[in-house]
Structures are given as C-alpha cells and as structure tokens.
Design a protein. Structure first.
Length: 319
C-alpha cells in the first residue's frame, strides 16, 4: 500500500544524485507508488500547537541532470503526512535541535518520523559509542586540555575530533611527541569551552573505515570500506577516501548485534555505524550515507528495504 512521504532535506538542487542516500530513498518510495513531498528545514513552522510545513510535491529521476521536478507549494499540518524522513545533514546545532522539537509535534499527532526526533537529539553520533564500551577502544570526552594531554601520553597515538561535525571535518591524529599537541587541544575545545572526543588510534584504518548500515536494528550484510588517500588518516569520502564493498566479518556482526537493538528501541530505523578494524568508532543516525555505493557493488536495494520497513510500521498503525 502506498503512503504519502515527506522528506526534510538539504536543498535538492545541490545534491549529487549518483551518491546521495536521501535521493535513493526518494527513488525507492516513488517506485512503490508513494507520493513524495519535499521540504527544507526552513519550511517547518508551528501554528496553534501543531507543526505545519510549506511542502511541494516532487518527482525524481535517476539522472545526472534534471533529476527532480517540483510541483506547486501547499501549506498543511505536517501530521497530514503518514511519514516524514528527517534527512538534514549535520551540524546538529540549535536550529537542528529546534527542528526536531517541531517534528516531535507532528509525531505526537501520529506521523512516523524517521529517525525519531528524540533520538536525533539524544544520540550524539560521537558520544553514542560510550553506550557500547565493550565495542570500543579507550576514549575520553572532555573539555579539559590537561586531561586530553594525559590521555595522549597514556595511549601514545590518538585521534581527536569535535562532537558536532561530519565528513571528516576537524579530525586530527596526534602522537605524544607532536609539537602541536597543545594547540590542537586548545583549538578543538575552544580553550576549554567545548567538549571533544579522543580515541586511541586504530592502525587498521589503512584497510578502511567500514560503514555498516542498519535497518530497524538489522545490519545490511555488506559494508563500504572507505580507505584514506595517501598521507591521510581519514577514510571519509568527503575527505578524499575511496570506497569499496566488503562482506561483514564475524566481529562486525557482533558489534551490530549489540548496537542494533538499542537503536531499534530508540526509534532509529536507519543508521550507519562506523567500524575500524575490530572497533566501533561512530554511530551515525542523522543522515547516514553509502546506500548507492553498496547497491551498485552488490545489486542491493537498501533504500527499498527501508521504505518497506516504514510501510510495515505504518500498516501496523492503520495509517
């Protein structure tokens, strides 16, 4: 049964359709006969206690050019839509938080929001790894530069990153003898005014940072290993890494089996966990990517699986 589907995303004119996971979701929904409604974050507003939106019907095409057509705008309560995908990219700043609060009003009136707004607020993609310490290398989250220095001296080689960035932005590898260590700590913490995450460096990054996708807590059987370019320690595709598909290892499945049920319980229908070597490094739930690369490599329909999952949940609700 087809359902109307709203999509809150970055401007559709600016995406790269051949690699955009949100676009893959839209194609999959449209292929199943679901009418699509396009929105950006600025289109959401509250009137009389309900979330409303300026929304436009959209048709999408799997093409390099002219990949979408927008129809005339309408204004309606967001809860008129059975389901909404929240796919705005980070940063998860206060505007993003406010948007989740607006979306929660629609959720209260029966709309299925993917992923659940409360989870988008509560599960910081770097901090969420702390829920699964058995899956992670030693790590510290602190604003204290002296504590970061002590952790570096203890570990000898660490990766340090901000809590609110994406795509490999502001990620540093620091060794204990690095003459710039203190300025890196000061920069990332804003001289002790912002939290940062430090993790023991995992040398297996040379084999790739594996992105494992989970749909309603269940792992897709293949991951995209994002291998850093020469001279880099960041595997992110946005930082110049190259991706190739790999089958999940036994350890990957073990990690996914611990993370997946927690995410399912929190209303996270689509997530991307990052694993380097044998260790979990991030839990991405805002706008995880890599659908199109894995589909192309293995003939999968990951977005279709997600849309079917959304449809099953809506059918259970009688929407």
């Amino acid at each position: 049964m087809p359902f109307d589907l709203g999509v809150v995303m970055d401007p559709i004119a600016t995406i790269k359709p051949h690699k955009d996971s949100t676009f893959a979701m839209m194609l999959a929904a449209q292929a199943r006969g679901w009418p699509l409604w396009y929105m950006e974050m600025a289109d959401l507003f509250v009137a009389d206690g309900r979330c409303h939106a300026r929304m436009r019907p959209v048709q999408v095409r799997d093409a390099k050019e002219h990949w979408y057509t927008l129809g005339p705008e309408r204004v309606a309560p967001l809860d008129a839509l059975p389901a909404v995908l929240m796919r705005k990219d980070p940063p998860v700043d206060m505007e993003y938080v406010h948007a989740t609060q607006l979306l929660e009003l629609a959720e209260r009136h029966g709309t299925l929001v993917v992923n659940r707004p409360a989870a988008l607020r509560d599960l910081n993609e770097k901090l969420a790894t702390a829920w699964f310490p058995e899956c992670c290398v030693p790590a510290r989250v602190t604003r204290d530069c002296a504590a970061l220095a002590a952790f570096l001296d203890e570990q000898g080689d660490v990766v340090i990153k901000p809590l609110d960035a994406m795509g490999g932005q502001s990620i540093f590898r620091v060794r204990s003898d690095d003459p710039n260590r203190n300025v890196i700590f000061e920069t990332l913490t804003g001289d002790g005014t912002r939290y940062a995450l430090a993790q023991r460096y995992i040398p297996e990054i040379r084999e790739g940072d594996k992105r494992i996708l989970l749909i309603d807590g269940e792992a897709v059987p293949y991951a995209l290993a994002r291998v850093p370019k020469a001279g880099e320690t960041r595997g992110n595709l946005a930082a110049g890494g190259t991706g190739h598909g790999v089958a999940l290892s036994e350890r990957d499945r073990w990690i996914a089996a611990r993370v997946g049920p927690v995410l399912r319980e929190r209303g996270v229908l689509f997530a991307g966990i990052d694993v380097i070597g044998d260790w979990l490094t991030e839990v991405n739930i805002t706008s995880p990517t890599c659908i199109r690369e894995l589909d192309a490599a293995y003939g999968l329909d990951i977005a279709g699986q997600l849309i079917e999952c959304v449809g099953t949940q809506l059918a259970r609700r009688g929407r």
